[in-house]
Design a binder for this molecule. Structure first.
Ligand code: NAD
Length: 262
């Protein structure tokens, strides 16, 4: 039997990058999966069908703008309405904005905090009520190396990611006696559109090639000098959903090529 058979898993921000890898991996492990995120509706539908066909499981897409608390709560309610329950929730959707504090636009601060931190409160609030009925659940919050250490220019992101590790610990403690766990995953650099924007900005600012900017960006923080693979993060997330992962709760797992070991 596949480890997520008869389980329902929702991954926020799963139309791209890390979330997409996790949605794919959970489906291959037998879960009925709910995808969410922005993108071209036709392309999202193609992705959804492709994953469903490869995995032989049901895959749904539920749109929600997670910068809005009411939509984040509605996403969980719709998941439960469609699938009957929610067993695994991955709070993954995230955005980045880079600027020093005096120049940091107020609306960007609000958006980064809303999407990267507050949405996880809203989704967890509704999902936990459902998980508590059965006494089983897995919540995985995708934080970052920036949940543990800081970088200049990333005030909102670092605050949100440190915050979500705090939320992870409280969620874990409130549910510790049941089989509901909550953990954070802290990736280092992963080659996704979120990071590509930063590489392109660096290449433009320094008039260097994209290749040189990539090498500089990754090498500066990540001793491995290699990107972390989204598929490897998906394997870690999958492990946390297994019965063997059941005693792990309130933890923040790094997969960062040595970034936070320094
Ligand atoms: P990505 O840009 O590839 O994916 C982000 C996803 O979030 C997309 O599906 C996007 O549509 C969705 N999203 C953005 N705003 C949304 C909103 N308002 N409502 C609903 N969905 C929204 O980025 P990624 O790198 O895969 O990032 C995923 C998570 O991993 C984020 O939380 C990010 O902070 C974290 N992370 C990324 C890296 C990295 O190096 N890429 C490192 C550490 C942590």
């Amino acid at each position: 039997m596949k480890s997520l058979e008869n389980r329902v898993a929702l991954v926020t921000g799963s139309t791209s990058g890390i979330g997409l890898s996790m949605a794919r991996r959970f489906a291959m492990a037998g879960a009925e999966v709910v995808m969410n995120g922005f993108g071209d509706p036709a392309e999202i539908d193609k992705l959804r069908e492709e994953i469903a066909e490869a995995a032989g499981t049901r895959v749904h897409f539920v749109p929600a703008d997670l910068s809005k608390g009411a939509e984040a709560q509605m996403l969980i309610k719709q998941t439960i309405a469609i699938c009957g329950r929610i067993d695994v929730l991955v709070n993954n959707a995230g955005i980045q904005h880079v600027a020093n504090i005096p120049d940091f636009p107020d609306d960007k601060w609000d958006a980064v905090i809303a999407i990267n931190l507050t949405s996880a409160f809203h989704t967890s609030k509704i999902a936990l009520a459902d998980m508590q009925k059965r006494g089983w659940g897995r919540i995985i919050n995708v934080a970052s190396a920036h949940g543990l250490v800081a970088s200049a220019g990333k005030a909102a992101y670092v605050a949100a990611k440190h915050g979500i590790i705090g939320l992870t610990k409280v969620t874990a403690l409130e549910n510790a006696k049941s089989l509901i766990t909550c953990n954070a995953i802290c990736p280092g650099w992963v080659d996704t559109p979120l990071v590509r924007k930063q590489i392109d900005a660096r290449a433009a600012a320094q008039s260097i090639s994209v290749e040189a900017a990539t090498k500089q960006l990754v090498g500066e923080k990540q001793p491995s000098e290699r990107f972390v693979a989204p598929e490897h993060l998906a394997e870690l997330a999958l492990f946390l959903t297994t019965e063997a992962g059941g005693s792990i709760t309130g933890s923040a797992y790094t997969m960062d090529g040595g970034w936070t070991a320094q």
